[in-house]
Ligand binder design. Structure first.
Ligand SMILES: N[C@@H](CCC[C@H](N)C(=O)O)C(=O)O
Length: 327
């Protein structure tokens, strides 16, 4: 089987995008799972945090399905949606589209550049659900906002929210950022455990100053990634609930792969978030899968060199900033 892929990233959270609109692939569910495990493997030639399958939709301009590197499917992916949004906008020659995702149809639009001339897209992150059943999280209460979970830590205060993929968020100081605590908690809640039967994305967040946070995420189905778009959106939301930031105002969110901007909207008790950031293409490749889908060869690649060079400037700026605030 020959497959064309486009390697792309949002804040260094990298994906292999496969276009099922223009190409007549007929993947089974098992194929999608196998492709994710084989192609995303960092020890093989491509490597990525996940695969974005772009498909036809009868309800929106396109449909996105997201598979993590371990072959599990996620209900949403904020950084991935920016990449899919750009791809579909260019395909349909539009500046604004709607994309069907597992649980919602979401708006994506081309936006003013976040840094120099970087291709920048704004995606809607919603619905926002605080009910623990939505994650799911097994705790004998309705919601969890800035509270201890004794099974995980006797010190940290956690918030749980689904956007609609599940997130566990804690605001910490610099010292805590430098410890192994996030890895230990993340591995526990993403292994066989009573609290999160389906696992959860775990973010440690440092509030730098009004309007600026730093977020590091251990992603369910992947491990530590450079950035997680839904996690940065959920963290911005919790920062507003905790009065560290303001609703309807821009929040700069630094991460290990760069920087995005979030705006948290609230009307009555309903929330939604705008996630604004780069959608960068790295290269196109044609790959040949072997028959049992456990290995592949790359037959040709074309690189988007200019975009990569441009992005490196934002990456350098973000790395220097993070180094300064944390160390
Ligand atoms: N990196 C993504 C989220 C991908 C899915 C996540 N690992 C999950 O299983 O929920 C993002 O940018 O939001």
């Amino acid at each position: 089987m020959n497959i064309n892929i486009r390697k792309c990233h949002g804040s260094g959270n990298d994906f292999l995008l496969i276009d099922e609109i223009s190409m007549p692939y007929t993947f089974s569910e098992e194929d999608r799972q196998n492709l994710s495990i084989t192609l995303c493997d960092r020890n093989a030639e491509l490597g990525a945090d996940g695969i974005l399958f772009v498909m036809k939709s009868d309800k929106a301009d396109a449909k996105m399905r997201v598979f993590n590197a371990d072959g599990s499917e996620a209900s949403m992916c904020g950084n991935g949606l920016r990449c899919v949004g750009r791809y579909v906008c260019e395909l349909l020659q539009k500046d604004e589209i709607r994309v069907e995702t597992m649980k919602a149809i979401l708006k994506v639009n081309k936006s003013d550049s976040i840094f120099n001339e970087l291709p920048t897209y704004c995606v809607e992150i919603s619905p926002v659900l605080f009910s623990l059943d939505a994650l799911p999280m097994n705790l004998n209460q309705e919601q969890l906002v800035n509270e201890k979970i004794h099974e995980l830590s006797d010190q940290l205060l956690f918030s749980a929210v689904a956007v609609p993929n599940p997130h566990l968020i804690t605001f910490v100081d610099k010292e805590m950022m430098r410890t192994n605590t996030q890895r230990m908690i993340s591995e526990y809640v993403n292994g066989p455990n009573q609290l999160f039967p389906d696992g959860v994305n775990v973010s440690f967040v440092h509030s730098v100053e009004k309007g600026v946070i730093y977020v590091r995420t251990f992603e369910r189905g992947v491990g530590f990634t450079n950035a997680c778009g839904t996690a940065m959106s959920a963290s911005s939301l919790i920062s507003c609930i905790l009065s560290l930031n303001n609703y309807e105002e821009e929040i700069d969110v630094y991460n290990n792969g760069g920087k995005v901007r979030c705006v948290v909207h609230k009307s009555d008790q309903t929330y939604w978030i705008e996630l604004i950031g780069n959608a960068t293409y790295l290269y196109d490749a044609e790959i040949i899968m072997n028959n049992n889908q456990s290995s592949f060869e790359v037959s040709s690649t074309t690189h988007y060199k200019e975009e990569q060079i441009q992005y490196e400037q934002l990456e350098t700026h973000a790395k220097e900033y993070v180094e300064r605030i944390l160390f």
